[in-house]
Write a new protein. Structure first.
Length: 244
């Protein structure tokens, strides 16, 4: 029966959260990189102690322990979750004494650790605010800093950072006229052999021969005709003599 009752209490503890998450939702804040994020809201576990630990029965004491455990895990505290889980394994008297005398001290030390961790990569205002708390320990001050002061200091640090200005290089338009240093290469002149009869690619024939060249060619042709005619007559006479 005790095991069944303990299981029922554990289930009830998680079904009835310490405080609705929506009720603790805060306005967005800035993270270390100055980016807008959802704020992490730390729960004040002292508000969960709504019973008289001296007169409460065992069931009420264990239910309270589970509710504090749930809040400590939600805040990702370092020591308190493990300490509560260890006491839940012991006797009811040990758990009652722990909730009365030790739980708030451990919770305060966990909050101090969270404050110290906020110094990583922090700016001037965050460092100053966190260091002030570490020099003057106070549970209420830790809680106020983690829920509000840290984000206010980050806003100041982010606002003081210079805004990068993009630089653009003007692009020069291409010039329509060539410059003095530009070398203009003339088109290659056609070869003298192109288009000549018998040359490469000369199937279309050459240019017609005109002028003095045509007179020379005509003279040579006439001389050849005369020589041919004379040779024909001489040859004929010799043949007729041979026959006679």
């Amino acid at each position: 029966m005790r095991k069944i009752a303990a299981g029922a209490l554990m289930a009830l503890a998680f079904l009835i959260p310490a405080a609705p998450a929506a009720a603790q939702a805060a306005t967005p804040g800035l993270n270390e990189a100055c980016q807008t994020v959802e704020r992490k809201v730390y729960k004040d576990i002292r508000e969960l102690v709504t019973i008289d630990l001296d007169t409460a029965d065992v069931g009420q004491v264990r239910l309270l322990a589970y509710r504090i455990l749930d809040a400590a895990k939600a805040d990702s505290l370092t020591v308190l979750p493990g300490a509560i889980e260890e006491r839940l394994k012991g006797t009811s008297d040990d758990l009652r004494a722990f909730l009365k005398d030790d739980v708030q001290d451990i919770w305060s030390r966990d909050l101090r650790v969270e404050v110290a961790q906020s110094l990583a990569g922090a700016g001037t205002n965050v460092r100053a605010a966190a260091q002030k708390l570490l020099d003057n320990p106070s549970t209420d001050a830790y809680l106020a800093y983690l829920n509000n002061g840290l984000y206010a200091a980050r806003e100041l640090d982010c606002a003081s950072q210079p805004t990068p200005t993009p630089t653009s290089r003007p692009t020069s338009a291409p010039s329509a006229t060539p410059s003095a240093s530009t070398t203009v290469t003339p088109p290659p002149a056609p070869s003298a052999s192109e288009g000549a009869p018998g040359g490469e690619g000369g199937e279309g024939g050459g240019l017609p021969v005109t002028g003095a060249d045509s007179v020379t060619v005509a003279g040579i042709g006439g001389a050849l005709l005369l020589v041919g005619g004379a040779a024909f007559v001489i040859g004929r006479r010799r043949r007729s003599r041979f026959v006679a």
